[in-house]
Design a protein around this ligand. Structure first.
Ligand SMILES: Cc1ncc(COP(=O)(O)O)c(C=O)c1O
Length: 389
């Protein structure tokens, strides 16, 4: 089971981002962990090998990534998967028919779809609640509740969950707290410090940061739980290839350099949009007008590059989306390049329309992922594109 190196713990975040979990290759001294592009490993005799038997089970490049991100999150164990949703899918296999899970109502649409369309058929029960108020979690708990899953900030409404209060509510019911930390990243938020039991990411986003792979990772502290999930990782087999692990690992080496720039650009663009359109139409946790600004400031070290904007209707949204030059219209987020998207028809199309409407994912809502380009160019781009509404 992959375990973060204890000797990495003392170093600062940036040093761990670059070095944690990796040591020069013992056979050549290569400073970068090699891409172990192999399906199997030669054994000396029956049961005699170097700790590696078959690449679904163990791969040194994958282990380097798992140790690295575990260290950044302050976790003990890391398990990488072939996508963010594959991480969630594998975690669900920890549970059984009859178990009850409480999930934030505004999670990534693919997480909602997996629960609603797949795991409900397997007899797991789900209750979707607004986790901005931890009392909603407490109220939804039953004797069968085994887990509470929250995303904070949420995609795309940028709602904040009080992680400490959510952990307390889950633990009081005998359940575990699972946190999707994809938007904040460990640079800005470390859910284990607030009592989370499992933290996971779509590594496709900020951790990789270069929009050139798809992956997921789960971090844990509890040895027994990590062992059960590792059994599932090997048994169900949703593992990432070594090249994708290597790309993600190359990405995490600059996480501490990229995140402050995403944050700076996010703050600059959000402030301009709020001035131009009115504060009530711009959703960004770093704006003092965000209803949960104080909580975001308390549990996050920065606010990142994700902003949602209410343009009023689909026609307005379409006009803006067609005019942007640097913000490219595409699904995904968290890369060095700025992206813009339409959640209702893209990332959250699988959420029923009435649920979307009740939450505020309207046809006029657009989501910006501010990259790390020059702020002046991003501002010129939004100025140009929003001039039509
Ligand atoms: C917050 C969040 N969690 C999980 C996922 C799923 O990740 P992946 O696309 O890598 O499967 C996404 C994808 O957009 C996401 O935004």
């Amino acid at each position: 089971m992959t375990k973060a190196f204890d000797e990495d713990k003392a170093a600062g975040f940036g040093t761990r981002a670059i070095h944690a979990g990796q040591r020069p290759d013992p056979s050549t001294g290569a400073i970068m962990p090699p891409i172990y592009q192999t399906s199997t490993y030669v054994q000396q005799g029956i049961g005699q090998h170097k700790g590696y038997e078959y690449a679904r089970t163990q791969n040194p490049t994958r282990e380097a990534l798992e140790r690295n991100v575990a260290s950044l999150e302050g976790g003990k164990h890391g398990l990488a998967f072939s996508s963010g949703v594959a991480s969630v899918d594998s975690m669900m296999k920890l549970f059984s028919a009859g178990d009850h899970i409480i999930c934030g109502e505004n999670v990534y649409g693919g997480t909602f779809r997996l629960f609603d369309k797949v795991y409900r058929r397997f007899g797991i029960e789900f209750t979707f609640v607004d986790t901005r108020d931890a009392q909603h979690i407490a109220d939804a708990c039953t004797k069968k509740t085994v887990a509470v899953l929250v995303e904070t900030p949420t995609n795309p409404l940028m709602r904040i969950t009080d992680l400490k209060a959510a952990a307390d509510a889950a633990h009081k019911a005998g359940a575990i707290l699972i946190v999707d930390n994809t938007f904040a990243t460990p640079f800005f938020q470390r859910p284990f410090e607030f009592g989370a039991d499992i933290v996971f990411h779509s590594t496709t986003k900020y951790l990789n940061g270069h929009s050139d792979m798809v992956g997921g990772i789960v971090l844990l502290n509890d040895d027994a739980l990590a062992e059960r999930l590792q059994f599932i990782q090997n048994t169900a087999g949703a593992v990432p290839g070594p090249h994708d692990c290597w790309l993600a690992l190359r990405g995490t080496k600059t996480l501490h350099l990229r995140m402050p720039r995403h944050d700076e650009n996010g703050r600059t663009v959000a402030a301009w949009l709020a001035k131009r359109l009115g504060h009530e139409r711009v959703i960004y946790p770093g704006l003092e007008s965000h209803p949960q600004y104080a909580l975001a400031k308390k549990q996050m070290g920065g606010f990142g590059g994700m902003i949602s904007v209410e343009t009023g209707n689909k026609e307005n949204a379409d006009k803006v989306l067609r005019r942007t030059r640097i913000f490219s219209l595409a699904e995904s987020l968290g890369g060095v390049e700025s992206l813009i998207s339409h959640p209702a028809s893209m990332t959250h199309a699988s959420v029923p329309i009435e649920k979307r409407a009740a939450m505020g994912i309207t046809d006029g809502l657009i989501r910006l992922s501010c990259g790390v380009e020059d702020a002046a160019d991003l501002l010129a781009d939004v100025e140009h594109s929003f001039s039509v509404i």
